[in-house]
Design a protein around this ligand. Structure first.
Ligand SMILES: Nc1ncnc2c1ncn2[C@@H]1O[C@H](COP(=O)(O)OP(=O)(O)OP(=O)(O)O)[C@@H](O)[C@H]1O
Ligand SMILES: [Mn+2]
Length: 623
């Protein structure tokens, strides 16, 4: 009865859920050290399957530190703006004359900057922006022209707030001093703003907006956009739909440091990075090239196009596109859904309220800890504490590593339990005395589920594994190759142990303490050698190093000492029904048990050799 019971205990891999849990938790802790907060445990593992990373541009790929660097008025004056930051240092110079402009010394530039300052909700205090950085940049521009106080000479009567769908905002004001009619100030994407305009400003005098004038504006917008600038159009007038177009400002927003490298590493490890932005085509392309998206071979798609394409067809097309521009939150969601439909596991990074829906529906939603909005952090299941985009790379590697470690663990555990089970089944079937007694099986079970097994879960994972392409979600842990390897190890362990059992069996076929002690120790040694080779699926022990996993060393050492205690300490001898073994016995058992290790290492060598010749062959075919 006890025997059957211990058998059942041994056969159930109780350690599996624990090791999965422990491995995931340790992964989460390691990621926290790299400044990534994971809100749900299983996300860590999902990261290893991530094949597409969609990213919002502003604030994620770029620093969200916006500065106006140039402007064009509707009557064709160009000016450049110097100085960064929000302390009002810097000047606005007309080109090409380099004439410095202050206040309304140039009416057209003055009106343009005034509109940007009045249609604005940002406040600059102590050299820092409170509000949207885009608006902060326009405030800083006004400060450079000594125009920032002009906002106070108006009373605001109404605001039509900005939204990502609408892509513009406007305010309705009247001058405090005079009792004149109301005036609207509007800012936003050029194609939206210009729809509300009938006139354009020419040196302070409104003239009808001709098609030539429109095309001039579009051309200027493209020119600024291709420099990677975010372009905003400005207008003012007595009524929406009867506005006077004032001009364009170009706002620079530098890419974050390390983004370019991170994009490259991610692409090399099989994660394709895509940008989804609300900005215009040229801006998106310029930034995309700048950060090395898709090696500069960019294919773009607009939000409108996303809407117009049939649902099924969209899934086929989104995979090839790497830049989505002029998108609204609705489009972001559609793109994510289409990518998922095409079989991709999608991660999405974003910082804004407008990214929240997409973050929620992506398989992995990633928010920015410093600059991100609370809504985006709430919707995400992972947060980059320092807004460091390259931390995603570490997180993906962590995800791959964890799957790999769990696989090693499963291999070890299954081969042990299959061996123990078969040994006992065989001896029962052939009516032999039991090779292991109940206590011994329980001891084996402790090794199988306990420290040596658990420490496989914390094996440091080598770079080669991490650079492998993301696995598909359909991949099972127990692939055919793995099952074969497990069976092979089991066969070696069973035959070795049975051999010892047979060799140590006295003539009368009644097993003595020496028989079981030898068999028992043999099995335990086999198990420890098996654990050693299970530390890696592909690498030889010399490549990963004997000392690479400290936890593993300690637990193996502990197991060996434990085993010796069980054999040599009298009270334990009584419990385990063991007796002293000679040094030669131990050496012999060690030699025999190492065979399972040798065999599996040889198999790794062979596989390596095969792989490399195969690679050479395919390489030749490529040529
Ligand atoms: N405060 C604002 N007022 C008026 N228009 C704005 C403002 N902020 C942005 N825009 C316009 O709306 C467009 C979309 O901005 P939005 O912030 O929605 O982009 P997004 O989708 O978050 O993309 P990304 O963060 O990648 O730039 C911008 O290209 C710009 O033309
Ligand atoms: Mn954004």
């Amino acid at each position: 009865m006890t025997f059957r019971f211990s058998l059942a205990v041994a056969a159930i891999p109780e350690g599996l859920p624990i090791v999965v849990m422990v491995t995931l938790v340790l992964g989460v802790l390691r990621m926290a050290k790299k400044r990534v907060i994971v809100k749900k445990l299983p996300i860590v593992e999902t990261l290893g399957c991530c094949s597409v990373l969609c990213s919002d541009k502003t604030g994620t790929l770029t620093a969200n530190e916006m500065t106006v660097t140039q402007l064009v008025t509707s009557d064709g004056l160009h000016a450049e703006v110097s100085g960064v930051g929000y302390d009002g240092q810097g000047t606005v110079c007309l080109l090409p004359s380099k004439e410095v402009i202050k206040e309304f010394s140039n009416v057209s530039v003055g009106k343009l900057v005034e509109a940007g300052c009045v249609a604005n909700n940002a406040v600059i205090r102590k050299n820092a922006v409170m509000g949207q950085p885009t608006e902060g940049a326009l405030m800083a521009l006004a400060m450079k022209m000594d125009l920032s106080d002009i906002k106070n000479s108006y009373v605001r009567k109404k605001e039509i707030p900005f939204s990502s769908e609408q892509k513009w905002m406007a305010v309705k004001c009247s001058l405090k001093t005079e009792d004149r009619e109301d005036i609207y100030f509007m800012k936003g994407a050029l194609e939206e703003v210009i729809r509300y305009c009938t006139m354009y400003n020419n040196g302070g005098i409104p003239l009808p907006l001709t098609p030539q004038q429109r095309s001039f504006c579009l051309q200027e917008e493209k020119r600024m956009g291709s420099l990677g600038l975010r372009v905003l159009a400005l207008a003012s007038g007595p009524e929406l739909g009867r506005l006077t177009f004032l001009g364009l400002v170009g706002i620079i927003d530098p890419p974050r440091v390390g983004v370019k490298e991170a994009v490259q590493v991610l692409s090399e490890s099989g994660v394709s990075v895509k940008m989804i932005t609300g900005d215009a085509l040229e801006t998106a392309l310029a930034i995309g090239r700048n950060i090395g998206l898709c090696n500069g071979k960019l294919k773009a798609m607009s939000g409108e196009e996303v809407d117009s394409v049939e649902k099924g067809e969209l899934a086929d097309r989104v995979g090839k596109v790497s830049v989505f521009f002029r998108t609204s939150p609705k489009h972001k969601l559609k793109i994510i859904k289409a990518l998922q439909e095409s079989g991709a596991i999608v991660a999405m990074t974003g910082d804004g309220v407008n990214d929240a829906v997409a973050l929620k529906s992506a398989d992995i939603g990633i928010a920015m800890g410093q600059t991100g909005t609370d809504v985006s952090k709430e919707a995400a299941n992972m947060i980059l504490v320092d807004d460091d985009f390259s931390a995603i790379m570490n997180a993906v590697e962590e995800g791959k590593g964890i799957f790999y470690n769990i696989k090693n663990f499963v291999r070890f555990q299954l081969s042990t339990s299959i061996s123990a089970l078969s040994l006992i089944t065989l001896s029962t079937v052939f009516n032999l005395p039991s090779p292991l007694n109940a206590m011994q099986i329980l001891w084996i079970n402790i090794i199988m589920d306990g420290p040596p097994a658990q420490s496989l879960g914390v094996e440091p994972v080598d770079k080669d594994t991490l650079r492998q392409p993301p696995r598909s979600v359909g991949d099972t842990i127990l692939s055919r190759a793995l099952v074969l390897k497990i069976l092979m190890s089991a066969v070696v362990i069973i035959s070795g142990t049975l051999f010892i059992f047979w060799k140590e069996m006295p003539e009368d076929r009644a097993s003595t303490p020496r028989t079981t002690t030898m068999t028992f120790t043999c099995f335990v040694f086999f198990d420890l050698f098996n654990a050693l080779t299970c530390r890696s699926q592909t690498k030889l022990i010399f490549e990963i190093g004997f000392l690479g996993n400290r936890m593993f060393l300690y637990s193996i050492l502990g197991s060996i000492l434990g085993q010796l205690a069980v054999i040599y300490i009298p009270p334990l001898q009584r419990v385990f029904q063991t007796e002293n073994l000679g040094v030669l016995d131990l050496l012999f058992l060690t030699g025999l048990a190492s065979s399972v290790f040798m065999l599996s290492e040889l198999l790794k060598l062979y596989e390596k050799h095969c792989c490399s010749t195969q690679r050479v062959q395919t390489h030749h075919e490529d040529v």
